[in-house]
Design a protein around this ligand. Structure first.
Ligand SMILES: C[S@@+](CC[C@H](N)C(=O)[O-])C[C@H]1O[C@@H](n2cnc3c(N)ncnc32)[C@H](O)[C@@H]1O
Length: 283
């Protein structure tokens, strides 16, 4: 297959970068990456790999886990087995941020339950003036989170990460009353609820389920928000549509004001509605 001038230039830049980084099997790695991303020399292998992937999808392995990549808010994110695949539903948070949220430059933002980092990274992409920290407790998810943070730093998207359990008050003391916005897409499915196999069998349980009523972690996040939000700081949590009223009550019991639930039909799909509740700390 003949290569274009642009492809040849990219390959020679790649060769120089790999040499500089100390990769020991430079030509072998480069040829594998060219084969995977620029050309497909062996067409028989391409079809064989395609059919293996289709078979995996028929076994209801999530698409992102098969292809190792998902596009979220115009960012290519690395994902795979062991991490939650970001869903377009979460874009409801970014739409709200663009149109409604008043956040001063330099404000701290926490993405609690960050997984691969989709929500926090998308906030940092849209608002490079904010200081975003992604919080995640799971070892495997943190590996993907770190990779995505490093990859997107090359595009000027800057995010920090903190490996911590939201239930651990001590892990967050440095953020006490310092945070302008907390966002979270937590696990919120009740333990006994039946789901499609993509989620019930092929996602980590801790990324999907949260106690008998699905609200265990949401309660923890609201309590953490009390500790961390600055005056007029915002809390935004995604949850299930049928949980809307009880989540609003939990916000209000926690002295959050301007509480409202937003359902975004555009970002909803056959797997569920895109729903979030928002509240503000007034004192
Ligand atoms: C529904 S996933 C969302 C991931 C990401 N925000 C997204 O939208 O793609 C929930 C994430 O919360 C994490 N998580 C669950 N319990 C947690 C806890 N107690 N502390 C910190 N993270 C937790 C899970 O490991 C999982 O990555």
């Amino acid at each position: 297959m003949s290569l274009t001038d642009r492809e040849c230039l990219a390959i020679s830049q790649a060769r120089a970068m790999l040499r500089e980084s100390g990769v020991w099997d430079l030509e072998e790695d480069l040829s594998c990456l060219i084969d995977r991303y620029i050309e497909r020399v062996d067409k028989d292998r391409a079809i064989e790999e395609f059919m293996l992937a289709v078979q995996e999808r028929c076994n209801r392995i999530p698409l992102g886990h098969i292809v190792g990549m998902v596009e979220f808010d115009e960012m290519p994110l690395v994902v795979g087995s062991g991490v939650f695949i970001p869903r377009p539903h979460s874009k409801v948070i970014h739409k709200w941020l663009e149109t409604r949220a008043v956040l001063r430059p330099g404000a701290s933002v926490l993405d609690l339950c960050a997984g691969s980092g989709a929500i926090g990274l998308a906030i940092a992409r849209r608002r490079p003036d904010l200081k975003v920290t992604c919080v995640e407790f799971d070892e495997i998810a943190v590996q993907y989170l770190k990779r995505n943070i490093d990859r997107l730093a090359c595009k000027g998207i800057r995010v920090n990460y903190l490996q911590a359990d939201i239930r651990d008050e001590q892990a967050f003391t440095r953020f006490t009353h310092q945070v302008g916005l907390i966002v979270a897409n937590p696990p919120y499915v009740p333990q006994s609820q039946e789901l499609l196999p993509e989620w019930s069998d092929h996602h980590p349980q801790a990324s999907v389920y949260s106690g008998v009523d699905g609200l265990e972690l949401i309660r923890q996040i609201i309590s953490r928000a009390n500790q961390l939000l600055s005056r007029e700081g915002w809390l935004v949590i995604e949850h299930g549509e049928e949980q809307a009223q009880v989540v609003r009550e939990l916000f209000e019991q926690s002295q959050l004001t301007n509480v409202q639930t937003v359902i975004d039909k555009e970002a909803s799909d056959a797997t569920g509605s895109s729903v979030m509740t928002i509240g503000c700390r007034s004192r």
